[in-house]
Ligand binder design. Sequence first.
Ligand code: FAD
Length: 1023
Amino acid sequence: MPDDDRTELRRLHRIAEPQALAALLAQATLPHETGTRAAARAHALVRAARSAHRPGADVTDFLKEYGLGTAEGVALLCLAEALLRIPDAATADALIEDRIAAVDWQAHLGRGDSLAVNASAWAFMLTGRVLTREEAEGGLQAAIQRMVRRLGEPVIRTALRRGMRVLARQFVIGRTIAEALARANSAEGRRWRHSFDMLGEAAKTAADATRYMAAYRDAIAAIARASAGRGPVEGPGISVKLSALHPRYEPLQQARCVPALTDALTQLARAAKQGNIGLTVDAEEADRLEISLDIFAAVLADPRLNGWDGLGLAVQAYQKRAPAVIDWVAALARQTGHRVPVRLVKGAYWDTEIKLAQIAGHSDYPVFTRKAATDVSWLACARQMLGCRDALRPAFATHNAHSLATVLETADNADFEMQRLHGMGEALYETIVGPTCPVRVYAPVGTHEDLLAYLVRRLLENGANTSFVHRLVDSAVPEEAIVADPVGRVSAQGATPNPRIPLPRDLYPDRANSAGFDLGDRAAAPVLLASVQRLAGKMHRISGTGSAREIRSPADRRVLVGTATDATEAEINAALTRLATGWRDWDAAGAGHRAAVLDRAANLIEAARDELLALLAREGGKTLTDGIAEVREAADGCRWYAARAREQFAPRDLPGPTGERNTWSLGGRGVFAAISPWNFPLAIFTGQIAAALAAGNAVAAKPAEQTPLVAARTVALLHKAGVPAGALALLPGDGPSVGQVLIRDPRIAGVAFTGGTETAQDIARQLAERPGPIIPFIAETGGVNAMIVDSSALPEQVIADVIASAFVSAGQRCSALRLLCLQDDVADRMLTMFAGATETLMIGDPLDPATDVGPVIDEEARDRLRRYAARMDTPLFELALPPGTEHGTFFAPRAYLLDDPGRLREEVFGPILHVVRYAADRLDAVMNAVASTGFGLTLGVHSRIESTQRCIVERLQVGNAYVNRNQIGAVVGVQPFGGRGLSGTGPKAGGPITLYRFAEEHVVSINTAAAGGNAALLAADEG
Ligand SMILES: Cc1cc2nc3c(=O)[nH]c(=O)nc-3n(C[C@H](O)[C@H](O)[C@H](O)COP(=O)(O)OP(=O)(O)OC[C@H]3O[C@@H](n4cnc5c(N)ncnc54)[C@H](O)[C@@H]3O)c2cc1C
C-alpha cells in the first residue's frame, strides 16, 4: 500500500480538537427516532446490569470505594503493581508498611454496601487466616495496624500477596493457555467467543522477543486445536502485541523493526491461517501507529494468506486519526481481496499520550482531551465501520451501555460482534449475549508476574471516575447521567478541548513552551531531514585576525565542518573595552526591553532549528534527538530569563516609616565572562548568556574550543534579535589564551562557568587573587552521579532509564549516571536485561535519526576513556563498534562491576557505567559511599516505597534528584539544574533565583519630608 494513501491520516494526527470533532459529530448524530430507541435501550441495559450486579462480586466495587482520587486507592494501585514482583521479604514488608499503614482505611468502613468494601472483604483480601470477620469488623484500622506491626510474620506478607492475586485474577482467564481454554470451554465460557492475549511486558531484549514469539506460537497451536475448525468468526482467536515481538518497536527504528516484525507477524499469521483461527493486532501507543500499519499492510499482502480472513487490527477511537485509519484499512482490504476484522476500542493509554505530548512539546495531542469526545469518535467510527462491511468485519469493544445500545440500534443486521474484557462488563452483556449478538471476550493469559502492567491499566480504567464501569456501580450516579448522549455533551461544550489540559505550548503561565519536533512524523520528518542534510554540507567560518584552525566532525574526522579563528589578545581587549561601556546602555534599556529581545532570540533560535541541528551533529557529534532537545532548551532558557527579568527587575517600594520612600531595585553588574562546555554547545552557551543579559549585564562569551561554530551561529542570532554589539561579544579560543585572560581582566564583573571541577577551582583561586572588588563566580561542575534501585522497582522501567541516563549523548552529560547500585535480590535479572537492552542500541552517524549513541567529542576524550578502561577489570559487557565508526572518535558503551562503591572517586565522562550490588540491609553503607565522593549533582532512585525514596533523597542531598525516572534532561524552569558540594556553587540554571546572582541590588532612600514637613501625611484621607 503506497505511503501517500495516508495523507488524510497524517493531516488528522494532531489536528485541533474542534476541527477533528466537527466531522465526527455529524457522523455520530443519530436520526431522532433511532436516538430515542438507543437511549431507551441504554437505560434498560443499565437497569439490568445494576440489578444483576452482585455487590462485592468484583473489583469495581472495591475501586469505587478506594477510588484513584484517594490515598487508599493509590496505595492499593501501587501495592498491586509492585508487591507480587518483589522477591525478598524485607522489601515486601517495607512496601506493605509504607502503603498499608499510612492511610486511613477506617474512614471507608461501613460506607459501601458491598462485600468488597466492608471490613470482611479486607479480611478476605488479607485472608481469613489472619483476620477473622469479627476481628476486622470490630476495628479495621486497628486490626490492620496490629497486623502491620507484626510484619515479621511471613503470614502477613503471604496473605497480602494472596490478596493482590485475588485482585489480579479477576482480569486473567488462566495462568496457562491450557487453563484458559478449559475455562473458555466450560458451560459459562461457551456462551462467549474468546480472543486470548498472552500477557507480558513489552520486550526489552532480543531474548524477550524470542520467548514471546514462542509463547504466541504455542498458544496459536493450542487455540487451533480447541477451535476444531470453527473458523475466525465463530471460533476462538488470539490477540498479539507487536511490542512483545521486538525490543525496538519504535518509529525511529523502523528500518530494522518493520522488516523483523513483518516477518514475525507473517509467521504467526500463517500459523493462525493453518489453524483456521483469527489473529488481531492490538493497538498500542499513538507514535507506533504508522509502523504498525506498515507491518499490517505488508503481512496482509502476502499471497500465502489468501483465502483466510482472520488477520485483524484494533483501532483506537481516542486518536484523532481513527476515521482515516478505518478508511485506510478498508482500502487495503479491498485491494488485497480480504475482509479484515477491525476491533474498535476507545484506547487504553490516554494518560500516557497526554503526558508524552506535553514532554515532547508537540503542537497538539494525538488523542481527544475530553471523555465525551472520545465517545463521539467511537460512535462515529462505529457507524463508519458498519458502512464498509464489504471490506471490514466490525467488532465493537466497549463496556459502556450507551456505546453498546447505539451500535445495537444502528446495525441493521448481525454481521458484527461486540467485545468486552475478561472480568469486565459481564452484567452489561448478560441480557444480550447470544446467537443474535455474539460477544467476544478478550481474555488475558499469564501468571501473576506477567500481568502487572495489564493489571495497572485495568485498575486505572475501573477506578477512573469518568469511566463507565466505575459509574455503573456507583449508585450515587443517576441513570440519566450514565447514559447521557455524548453528542449532546460535546455540542453543548462547543467541541472545545478540556480546559484543564492546556496545549503543550501553553503549559507555562508566563512564557511559551518551546516547540518539539517528532522525528517519527511521516509528513514532517522527511522535510526536516532533507533540510538538515542539505545544511550539514555547509562550510562554516569564524574570521578574525588570528590564525584559523580546522573544526572536524567527531563522527568522521575526515570531514571538515569549518574553520575558526581564535580571538587574539588585541581582539579580547577591544571587545572588553566595548562591553565595559556598552553594558550601561543595555542595563538602562530596562528589563522589559531586554526581555523582549530575549523572547525574539528564542523565536529566532527555534526558526534556525534545522541549521542548528546540522551544526550540533557535525561539530558536536550530537544525535538529532539530542539536538532537538538542545534547541528547545536554548529557546526555553531565553524565554525563562525574559519572564524572570520582567517579574523581578521592576523597582519595588518597600514598606517603612512615613516621610520617606525606600526603593529597592536590581541592575546589571557590568561585564560577565561566560565560559561554557562543548557538551551543550548551544543550550548551556545560550543559557549563561541569556541569564547575564536578562539581568542587565554585557557578556564576553567564550565557547568551548571544540564547538565555536555553533556558538558563532548563536551569537549571530542573538545580535539579530536585538542584543547590541556593546552587550555581547564572542571570544572563541582555548582556556589559557582566552579564558585566563578574561578572568584576570579587571573589567570582568562576574564569571559564569560550566565545566570540570578542577578548572572551576582554578578559576576560583585566580579570582580570589585578583585585586579590586570581589566578584561573583557561578560554577556548574561535574558529578559522580548514582542511581539506587531496590527490588520493588519495575525492571523494564529501570533498564530504560539506566540506558538513557548512562549512554544517551555517549554519556557526555554532567548529569549522566555513573554508578548504578542494584539490590542484590534483583541484580542478576536486571543485569541480564540491561546487557540485552544495551545490545539493541544503534551506534553511528549522529545525523541518522536511528542513531542512539554518537561519538565522543575528540581524540583526547576517547584516549582518556581508553586509558581508564585499560585500568579496569573485564567489563560486565561491552558493545562492539559497528562498521562505519572507524573514522570517528567513537567509544563503545560498557559497564563494569565494582565490589565497592567507594572505588569510584572521579567523574568518567563517557559511556562507561559502574555497577555495584548491595544487600538490602546495606543501603546505608551504599549511601555513605556515594555521599563520600563529595559530589552532589544528580541522583536517581527507583523504588515503589515512598519511605525509601524519601530516605535516599534526604540523605544524599544532591542538586537534582529524580525518582522512578531517568536522571538527565532537566527542563528549564521545571527542573532548575545544578549541583552542590564539588558539583557547583549554585544558583541553579533555569531556576527562580538565578538572575539575582547575576544582578546587583540598589536601595535608594528619599526623605520626602526633607522640605520641612510631611505633606503627604497631612493631606491623607482618614478613611
Ligand atoms: C476486546 C477489547 C480489546 C481491547 N484492545 C485494545 C487495544 O488493542 N488497544 C487499546 O489501546 N485498548 C484496547 N482495549 C481497552 C480499551 O481501550 C478500553 O477498555 C476502553 O477504552 C474502555 O472503553 P469503554 O467504552 O468500555 O469505557 P468508557 O468508560 O466509556 O470509556 C473509557 C475510555 O475513554 C477514554 N477517555 C477517558 N478519559 C478521557 C478524556 N479525558 N479524554 C478523552 N478520552 C478519554 C479512554 O480511552 C478510556 O479508556 C480493548 C478493550 C476491549 C474490550
